[in-house]
Design a protein around this ligand. Structure first.
Ligand code: HEC
Length: 159
């Protein structure tokens, strides 16, 4: 019985301390959450963040073989070390199905400038938790990115 009382009173003390501490940290957490929500609400998870949108990324009904070929060349140099073309994860997610999971403008924004999206995109953050590596900026120009997108479409079965 004595033991139980001791445990009870210790937990009461801990609880009491924790309680007053908590109210402080809960307050600052609440403020942080509010700012975060405001920042996130301007983020569009379909388009991502950057200059590309559904207006300036235009896809043909079929793929352009010249663009596919130069996309493939870039992927073998700059992407292949971390991405497989199947759905299997290597360092990053496999590319199979990526053009179905993501909008073309999302892919263009992400691969030309991954950092801001790694910080904001809920799905990229989920990938980051699995992959444990931040995708590095590969210094792609707009044409590189567009050719890679074309290669990804081809890889996903667009004729
Ligand atoms: C050092 C490894 C590495 C290299 C090199 C790399 N990536 Fe990534 N990539 C990642 C990781 C890891 C992720 C998952 C998100 C994260 O953790 O940052 C990712 C995510 C992606 C995604 C999103 C995939 C999805 O299904 O959500 C695309 C698209 C992508 N990368 C394209 C590229 C392209 C294009 C290149 C080459 C120009 C490239 N990556 C080079 C590691 C890499």
């Amino acid at each position: 019985m004595k033991k139980v009382l001791a445990v009870l009173s210790i937990s009461f003390i801990v609880y009491a301390c924790g309680g007053s501490d908590n109210s402080n940290s809960t307050n600052s957490e609440a403020t942080a959450t509010t700012t975060e929500t405001t920042a996130k609400s301007s983020y569009d998870p379909n388009r991502g963040e950057g200059k590309f949108s559904s207006e300036n990324v235009v896809l043909g009904a079929s793929v352009d073989p010249t663009m596919v070929a130069s996309g493939e060349k870039i992927q073998s140099v700059k992407c292949n070390a971390c991405h497989k073309l199947t759905d299997e994860k290597l360092v990053g997610p496999g590319w199979k199905g990526v053009t179905e999971r993501r909008k073309p403008e999302w892919i263009m924004n992400f691969i030309t400038n991954p950092d801001p999206m790694i910080d904001k995109d809920p799905q990229v953050q989920a990938s980051l938790e699995l992959c444990l590596v931040r995708m590095p900026n590969q210094g792609l120009n707009d044409d590189d990115a567009r050719n890679l997108l074309e290669f990804m479409r081809k890889n996903d079965g667009v004729k």
